[in-house]
Design a protein around this ligand. Structure first.
Ligand code: PMP
Length: 413
């Protein structure tokens, strides 16, 4: 008996993966060539699962800003803002995020994950109710778990189910917050945000939207689904991350509620971790300006998204419900997903493997994410690889799943 007993089944699953010759959780990017290419397993590989929607990780202005910040301010802050103080860049970026959305104020967190933990652990208090979309990200669920509110899931993107639950809450809606995402991370579909705003107003509830995958991707200025849906002023809280379209690491929350500033004094994921490093803040400030002022990046991103989605759709793959820079391919079984994923990598195409229980409806997904930086030739190459490998993967017996989900110890989706 020992504390590692609970890992036995995980170890067996992990061994089975290694024996199957495919280990999707041990990919080493040996050398980066650009925002869309790297050397993986000694082979030149197209990166098609990075969430690098605008391709800004190699933007010369962002790199220059980061270099200057390292030279002027050092490599890290070595502590949290509560203990070690706020750098001028932290405060400037908070102002810039608030102005970008046209809201009162913002807080910057060290990751997007911590932004959800930091906000929800405090907001979801005793006596409050959280209504959360069933497909929301793990960071949203984890943040809720850190609080003490009652957590109720509603059916994904189902406003009828949401309204039923709001109605049942009666007077408690005044202490209720609805949690949704702009673009959902696994299937790439959007929330019916305008309808959700109507419900929030009708029932006097609060609304938090996580625009992690829609910031820089949707809306004329890249503000996300809230801009595209024409409800930019109606959010109580907007969460986002630097780790996708902004090409760095960090997170933020924007709000018009003056109480936002008080979160800093109560939020453990804000207080007890080091603040974002100077080069991260500097490149993110530059990326935010580029994101807002270069709509041609969004046009390129959507051209590429349409190209990949339509290419795979024409081949007969089962895809997410709408065209999006997240192109999710549903495979009939875990084994077939694993095999296709491994064969794509051997062909020089790196995508994400997403398996149950980390996926909605226990789907086995090959998840691609498209970038504005992909060329037409790269998208054509990805399509050709899928087309060539499709028959081989589909022909596998869906029942002979020698490999169980290797994710069995992760928390439910
Ligand atoms: N929210 C959503 C909806 C996400 O998909 C993710 C990451 N995939 C996060 C938050 C966490 O962001 P980060 O990786 O910056 O911690």
């Amino acid at each position: 008996m020992g504390i590692f007993d609970k890992f036995h089944s995980l170890a067996a699953d992990q061994r089975a993966l290694v024996d199957s010759g495919v280990n999707p959780f041990n990919v080493v990017i040996e050398r980066l060539i650009s925002a869309t290419e790297a050397i993986v397993n000694g082979r030149r590989t197209i990166l098609a699962g990075t969430n690098n929607y605008l391709g800004l990780t190699f933007d010369p202005q962002c790199i220059e800003a980061a270099k200057k910040a390292v030279q002027d301010q050092g490599t890290g802050t070595t502590g949290s803002r509560m203990a070690n103080g706020t750098y001028v860049g932290h405060a400037a970026l908070e102002r810039e995020f608030a102005d970008f959305f046209g809201y009162r104020s913002a807080i910057v967190f060290s990751t997007g994950y911590l932004a959800n933990l930091g906000m929800l652990s405090v907001l979801a208090g005793q006596g409050d109710t959280i209504l959360v979309d069933a497909h929301c990200h793990a960071s949203i669920y984890d943040g809720c778990r850190m609080g003490s509110a009652e957590i109720i899931r509603f059916r994904h993107n189902n406003v009828i189910d949401l309204e039923k639950r709001l109605r049942r809450l009666g007077k408690k809606t005044a202490n209720t917050m609805i949690l949704v995402e702009g673009i959902y991370s696994m299937l790439g579909d959007r929330a019916p945000l305008a309808d959700i705003v109507t419900l929030k107003q009708k029932y006097g509830a609060y609304l938090l939207v996580d625009e992690a995958h829609s910031l820089g991707v949707l809306g004329e200025h890249g503000r996300g689904l809230l801009e595209e849906a024409g409800v930019g002023n109606s959010m109580d809280f907007i969460i986002g991350t630097f780790s996708k379209s902004l090409g760095a690491t960090g997170g933020f929350c924007v709000s018009n509620h003056p109480e936002l500033d008080l979160i800093r004094y109560a939020s453990r994921p804000y207080i007890f971790t080091a603040s974002p490093a100077p080069p991260v803040i500097a490149s993110t400030r530059t990326a935010l300006k580029i994101l807002e002022t270069h709509p041609e990046l969004r046009r390129r991103l959507w051209r590429n998204a349409r190209h990949l989605y339509q290419g795979l759709d024409d081949m007969g793959f089962s895809l997410g419900p709408e065209i999006s820079p997240i192109v999710a391919v549903r495979m009939p079984s875990i084994k077939q997903a694993l095999v296709l994923w491994g064969n794509l990598l051997d062909r020089g195409v790196y995508v994400n493997l997403a398996l149950p229980p980390a996926t909605p409806d226990s789907a086995s997904l090959i998840r691609c994410s498209v970038s504005a930086a992909h060329t037409q030739e790269q998208i054509d190459y990805i399509c050709k690889a899928f087309s060539d490998l499709r028959e081989g993967a589909i022909a596998l017996d869906a029942q002979s799943t020698a490999v169980d989900s290797p994710l069995d110890v992760t928390p439910a989706f």
